[in-house]
Write a protein that binds this ligand. Structure first.
Ligand code: MN
Ligand code: MN
Length: 334
């Protein structure tokens, strides 16, 4: 199976398992769009792509040139796509409906994840979540507010030392690496799995004083190492690109936390439920890990708004289980 082209992989899979042909075709189109974004990222400073755009997004965050550019590239590919009834992006205030009544899918995306790392030549990525459209009518804004359990496809592209596309269609997680000579994505990571146990965590330690007690306790126990309650030493990583953090979970294991803290409690967290929390949770679950807010499974959170944020604990099932246990002693409504 190694070095199988994405198209051949999907054809092979369609013969063995039910997989809507339009969904497989959509994934190929996502792969093509990501190649284009990956090329723009790879130009680095040469094209003047590295700076800030003259704009902020709907959430008041400064946009980078590449945030805008990558959003435009995905719009070009999917705004008039036969399978797409509507689009929602982290960089657009409102969802965009295409008016096509027979298009089966809604595409939600974070066009450039980790864009603050662009100027540093560190890894960035794109994240995708595909939800079913309501059949028989044009899409409406509220159609996007479906829980993550309804996802049909979750994927990310990682523009790292190599460009990769990693996805799940509900039958495990598969990673493809872009061959820069042929321009083809080739299967390099079949059936990616997250080990249940780990001794590596990722969290932004500078926020420590704002964390809630269960996270304080969890990280304190990890830091106590072999002489603490965990009885082993832990290692820490922090890339500040969610795609790269999740990719590390899938390749090497570990746990990644962007928890609720006393500053984000009114917003529900830092990361977005629809473009980040849900697709990454489904990928992690499909690889044998867990995705939790601390109190509940991320995929079961009922969205109430497009840019809703969520607390995220992702990764090795034993570690996420422990964080959940610590949260179980606290008030879920607090
Ligand atoms: Mn992001
Ligand atoms: Mn982004």
């Amino acid at each position: 199976m190694q070095n199988l082209e994405l198209k051949s992989f999907l054809e092979q899979h369609e013969r063995e398992h039910p997989l809507p042909h339009q969904l497989a075709a959509l994934l190929l189109d996502i792969a093509d769009a990501c190649k284009q974004v990956g090329r723009e990222v790879a130009y680095g400073s040469l094209k003047g792509n590295m700076g800030n755009a003259a704009s902020a997004n709907s959430q008041g965050e400064q946009q980078k040139t590449l945030d805008v550019l990558s959003n435009d590239i995905f719009l070009q590919h999917f705004q008039h796509h036969a399978a797409i009834a509507g689009l929602a992006s982290e960089e657009m205030e409102h969802a965009l409906v295409t008016g096509q009544e027979n298009a089966p899918y809604l595409l939600l995306f974070d066009p450039l994840d980790g864009s603050s790392n662009v100027n540093l030549n560190l890894s960035v990525g794109s994240i995708f979540s595909v939800l079913p459209a309501v059949p028989g009518r044009a899409a409406q804004a509220e159609d996007f507010l479906q829980p993550g359990t309804r996802q049909q496809l979750a994927a990310y592209a990682l523009y790292g030392t190599s460009t990769m596309l990693v996805f799940t269609l509900g039958f495990g997680v598969y990673g493809f690496t872009l061959n820069p000579d042929s321009g083809e994505f080739l299967l390099t990571h079949a059936n990616m799995r997250i080990a249940a146990d780990t001794s590596e965590f990722a969290i932004n330690m500078s926020n420590q004083r704002y964390w809630q007690p269960p996270v304080q306790r969890y990280i304190k126990d990890c830091l106590a190492g072999s002489t603490g309650p965990r009885g082993k030493d832990f290692n820490m990583r922090w890339v500040a690109t969610m795609v790269a953090e999740v990719h590390r979970l899938l390749v090497r294991g570990g746990v990644f936390l962007y928890p609720l803290d006393s500053r984000s409690v009114g917003k529900g967290g830092r990361l977005r439920l629809l473009y980040e929390g849900n697709p990454m949770s489904w990928l992690v679950e499909q690889a044998g890990g867990q995705g939790s807010t601390g109190h509940r499974r991320i995929l079961e959170v009922e969205p109430t708004s497009l840019h809703q944020r969520v607390a995220v604990v992702l990764g090795a099932s034993s570690e996420v289980g422990l964080v959940r246990e610590y949260y179980s002693f606290t008030d879920p409504t607090a």
